[in-house]
Ligand binder design. Structure first.
Ligand code: MHO
Length: 209
């Protein structure tokens, strides 16, 4: 059941959003993830025409289980914040690194974390932008839980939930990270164990991890 206090929302850009969603989705305390476009001025962006937006992930989280500071730690640890146009094979403005802050406290925490990151090396500049959160435009359904959708095995284990249900599911968010092998080791192991258990018992459907 959902808690009786409000969940919080954080938005980050750190390269290809398939991977960003996987990175945050498997963390305990993250309740829901959505990929989308943020940080630009183009109205109603779409994947093939996203204008000046960055590929982003919106993370809905339970602040009593995971803090904004912990999410920032994961953000820094999960990409190369010294590449102006993104990391790895994906190059371009849409892959830039951004922390979208909502309010002065988030802005302060983001600023402190960026300074700390910069202190780790003097020879290269952290190019991550800290930007006031504006409109977040959810991406097309085929980009949501993309990594999970590449695994028919995991989808079957979840009882082949319809696409819309995957988008809102905490379990789908976790398994999306698991499918991409981007969960922290402890969580990866915990999910392995749960899956093995289900396979051994022959119990048909995975409902939670
Ligand atoms: N090189 C990746 C980019 C995807 S990411 C959603 C591809 O396979 O198209 O930008």
């Amino acid at each position: 059941p959902p808690p009786d206090y409000p969940l919080k929302i954080a938005v980050f850009a750190l390269g290809c959003f398939w991977r960003s969603e996987a990175v945050f989705g498997c963390l305990n305390g993250v309740v829901r993830t959505t990929v989308g476009y943020c940080g630009g001025s183009k109205l109603n962006p779409v994947y093939r025409s996203l204008g000046d937006h960055a590929e982003s992930v919106q993370v809905e989280y339970d602040p009593k289980v995971i803090s904004y500071t912990q999410l920032l730690d994961v953000f820094w640890a999960s990409h190369d914040s010294r590449q102006v146009f993104g990391q790895g094979p994906d190059v371009g403005n849409q892959y830039r690194s951004v922390i979208f802050t909502n309010g002065t406290e988030e802005r302060r925490l983001a600023g402190v974390s960026k300074e700390r990151e910069q202190l780790k090396s003097r020879s290269s500049v952290v190019v991550t932008q800290i930007q006031q959160l504006g409109t977040f435009y959810p991406a097309e359904p085929e980009h949501q839980k993309f990594e999970l959708k590449q695994s028919p095995f995991l989808r079957q284990l979840m009882g082949n939930l319809p696409e819309v249900d995957l988008e809102n599911s905490s379990l789908a968010a976790k398994l999306n990270g698991y499918a991409a092998e981007l969960c922290p080791p402890g969580i990866q192991k915990q999910i392995d164990a749960k899956i093995n258990d289900i396979l051994r018992k022959g119990w048909p459907v995975l409902r939670d991890v």
